[in-house]
Design a binder for this molecule. Structure first.
Ligand code: GAL
Length: 372
């Protein structure tokens, strides 16, 4: 059974765009293992757009570009599998992919079979060049059935950028995750806007079908295919914290051969990953809003996560009155929290909490409700 928890892995698009090839995929698979990312749960190595020739062959099948992938996809899948990882590919519900390569429209059953023959474990499925009268639910359902009929278990990753109120119907198509927004770029503004646009839709996200707020930009530092100035390390940490809190799939988008120590450790942060992988997948409750939102989340083991974000351009205080969570003084209860980044304990806190958060930073606590 796949996607019981948010899928984790790497995708080629954010860094490599059209410059993808088998060398990059092999080196990435090596790095996922050597740098300890596999040990913390990263599993899928996914090739995005631009892997095929511009034309199908005489049998109507897609063909991997022999210059980019001289060994072929089956051999590449075998290599990825030999590392104990899973192999992902990309197609599109329209007649062409977004970059203009063949799409799967009307070829769904042929293509799903081809992917299965290549031992593919994951399919990202885009939405460009879609005939106007063909609708999303039908096209995703058709590929959902084609993948099921392929004879192989393939995680189905839908990508229609949140159009047609995707959250309301996508689970019914067999998809295991679904992109809910337009493309991310490597900037604070981009990841903040993307995350905040989904706060009210997280109730639709859960085991076997997760809201995917796009591939991660951690450690990209203004380089690669979605470059847009880059982020500070603090901002990358805020980005990763939001993705974990919202239980988005965690698909690394950076170049793993060049990832710096701070961002590698960030991507391996066990406390954040544990929040992301929590089996109950309850959406966080947002208290307040504006540029200093606070989120409160129930965890499967009975603990709670409390997260303060400062999206403003000034350092300052972020506060929460516990009655805004429903916890009154009369209840006789308070919290005992631990700062997940510093390990510092708060001791018993009652009535309210007030923390200092630097601009674009966050503070995240995990703890229990206790009787005073
Ligand atoms: C976009 C998609 C991106 C990437 C790109 C490839 O539609 O949102 O994540 O897959 O297409 O062309």
């Amino acid at each position: 059974m796949v996607a019981q928890r948010p899928p984790m892995g790497w995708n080629s698009w954010n860094t490599f765009g059209g410059a993808i090839n088998e060398q990059v995929v092999r080196e990435t698979a090596d790095a996922i293992v050597e740098k300890g990312l596999k040990d913390v749960g990263y599993e899928y190595v996914v090739i995005d757009d631009c892997w095929s020739l511009r034309k199908r062959n005489e049998e109507g099948k897609m063909v991997a570009d022999p210059e980019k992938f001289p060994s072929g996809m089956k051999a590449l899948a075998e290599y990825v599998h030999s590392k104990g990882l899973k192999f992902g590919m990309y197609s599109c519900a329209g007649t062409r992919t977004c970059a203009g390569y063949p799409g799967s429209f009307d070829y769904e059953f042929v293509d799903a079979k081809t992917f299965a023959e290549w031992d593919v474990d994951f399919l990202k499925y885009d939405f460009c060049y879609k005939p106007r009268l063909a609708n999303g639910p039908i096209l995703y359902n058709r590929m959902g059935m084609a993948l099921k009929a392929s004879g192989r278990e393939i995680l189905f990753s839908a990508c229609n950028w949140g159009s047609n109120e995707v959250e309301k119907w996508i689970r019914s198509t067999g998809a295991h995750m679904y992109r809910s927004t337009g493309d991310i770029n490597d900037s604070f503004q981009s990841f903040k806007d993307i995350a905040m646009s989904q706060v009210d839709k997280l109730a639709y996200s859960g085991p076997y079908c997760y809201n995917d707020i796009d591939m991660l930009i951690c450690g990209m530092h203004g380089k690669g295919n979605v470059a847009n100035g880059g982020c500070s390390d603090i901002e990358y940490r805020t980005h990763f914290a939001l993705w974990c809190l919202f239980q988005s799939p965690l698909m690394i988008g950076g170049d793993l051969s060049k990832i710096d120590d701070f961002n590698l450790e960030l991507l391996k942060n066990k406390e954040l990953i544990a929040i992301n992988q929590d089996i109950e997948a309850r959406p966080p409750m947002m208290v307040g809003g504006g540029d200093r939102p606070v989120f409160f989340k129930h965890m499967a083991n009975g603990e709670y996560v409390l997260a303060f974000f400062n999206f403003s351009d000034r350092d300052g205080r972020c506060g929460l009155e516990f009655y805004d969570l429903g916890l009154t003084v009369a209840s006789g209860y308070g919290f005992k929290f631990r700062d997940i980044f510093t390990g510092e304990e708060t001791g018993l806190v009652t009535e309210n909490m007030d923390v200092h958060v630097a601009s674009h930073d966050c503070k995240i606590f995990r703890g229990t409700l206790v009787q005073k």
